[in-house]
Write a protein that binds this ligand. Structure first.
Ligand code: SF4
Length: 400
């Protein structure tokens, strides 16, 4: 991002904060303009063309917030209702529990409508039967499905059915209560909550991530893990987490984050948020265990140089002792995710040429395209070596 543009935006965002206090109506109007700018892929691409600047993500303000009758019956649903009403967002109470009428003329139009919609629903009973999620955690659970960002490689493409509406769950207390059955006595049990959403990206609308952190702060053996590309962490700093939540940010080299991660906070801003989360309470931080997820790692031109810059910035920002882990995930795609991504982002420059990849099959017969063996080895050697050199006390949890 050009320095001048960055300053203009920062000053506009400060005005937004003032407007928020003075008049929810104006704040909403401002957010709509900003949201429309960033959801234009061409403009978003330019505005995010460098990750070296600190650029907070604007808080996502949906154009419509739908509540199902079942969601309105839930006390947590009422809590979400109060939050979105206090922000002046347009709320619609549906007459039935199914979401309908959210399709546009084509897939791209459906995507546009969906990404501007928050639907507050109850999680179906199937969500109470948890699945393992190796290597990230023992179990996954969900406080929402769908994400307000616009990553052109999005992991959700092909894994969620229907329009990518952001669905927040109103029966969170029930979802949390259900987790205890999956804990193993006297054994650390980890729970990942970011598989189907970016929980920080919608936190200002739901408060659900904070509630999860408070819940895990009371557990003996249960530990929470979440990851984000957003940066609004201030409300999380004082929570009674008791060391049972590991907060992670997902980061990437400038050519990847700048070109492919629309609607997110800049990488610099994510790293600053991580610093706040990790700093001791006495220094104004959250005192959390933290993690960095470098994903998806792409062998773009000059990748060593770009990822070296990223790691250098990380060591400058995380220049104090912390409980830090790394997760390293190379880029991959499936035939299904490629199809969906091409309808969502028809002009994307993301490399998904099968010719340049190796095929990997899973035990269920599914196919994914990954980098070839030599490229994988080169990437892995680079990251493991450079991370160990800069962060000798950090644990690299896995490479995939
Ligand atoms: S932040 Fe994650 S879930 Fe959200 S659009 Fe990007 S890749 Fe998809």
């Amino acid at each position: 991002m050009h320095e001048g543009v960055n300053k203009t935006l920062s000053s506009a965002l400060s005005k937004q904060a003032i407007a928020n206090r003075a008049s929810p109506g104006f704040a909403y109007f401002f957010y709509r303009i900003w949201s429309n700018i960033l959801s234009n892929p061409v403009v978003a691409d330019k505005l995010t063309s460098s990750s070296s600047n600190i650029r907070s993500a604007r808080l996502w303000m949906p154009e419509q917030v739908l509540f199902t009758p079942a969601a309105l019956d839930e006390p947590w649903g009422q809590q979400i209702l109060a939050r979105v009403q206090s922000l002046g967002l347009p709320v619609e109470a549906l007459t039935h529990n199914r979401l309908t009428g959210l399709r546009g003329e084509d897939e791209r139009a459906t995507y546009d409508i969906a990404k501007r919609t928050l639907a507050v629903v109850t999680a179906p009973p199937s969500q109470l039967k948890l699945s393992p999620i190796p290597p990230s955690a023992d179990w996954q659970f969900h406080l929402a499905q769908g994400c307000p960002a616009h990553c052109q490689y999005c992991y959700l493409a092909g894994s969620l059915s229907g329009p990518p509406v952001i669905r927040a769950y109103a029966n969170l207390p029930q979802i949390l209560e259900n987790l205890a059955a999956y804990e193993q006595k006297d054994q650390v049990t980890t729970f990942e909550v970011s598989c189907y959403t970016d929980p920080l990206g919608i936190e200002h609308l739901t408060g659900s991530l904070a509630e999860c952190i408070r819940y895990f702060g009371t557990r003996e053996d249960g530990y929470l893990r979440w990851v984000s590309k957003f940066d609004a962490v201030d409300e999380l700093l004082d929570l009674p987490h008791n060391g049972h939540t590991r907060c992670r940010v997902s980061v990437n080299a400038a050519p990847v984050s700048g070109r492919f991660e629309g609607g997110t906070a800049s990488v610099s801003s994510r790293l600053q948020a991580l610093r706040k989360l990790a700093l001791p309470r006495a220094e104004g931080g959250g005192g959390y265990p933290i993690g960095v997820v470098i994903a998806p790692i792409m062998a773009v031109e000059d990748w060593q140089m770009h990822y070296t810059r990223l790691l250098d910035e990380m060591s400058e920002v995380l220049d104090f002792d912390s409980d830090l882990t790394f997760e390293l995930i190379s880029h991959r795609f499936t035939p299904g995710s490629k199809d969906v991504l091409q309808t969502w982002y028809p002009h994307s420059k993301l490399d998904m040429d099968e010719e340049n990849r190796s095929v990997k099959r899973n035990k269920f017969g599914g196919t994914k395209y990954v980098y070839d063996g030599d490229t994988m080895k080169g990437l892995r050697r680079f990251f493991e070596g450079e991370i160990s050199r800069r962060f000798p006390k950090a644990h690299i949890l896995y490479w995939t």
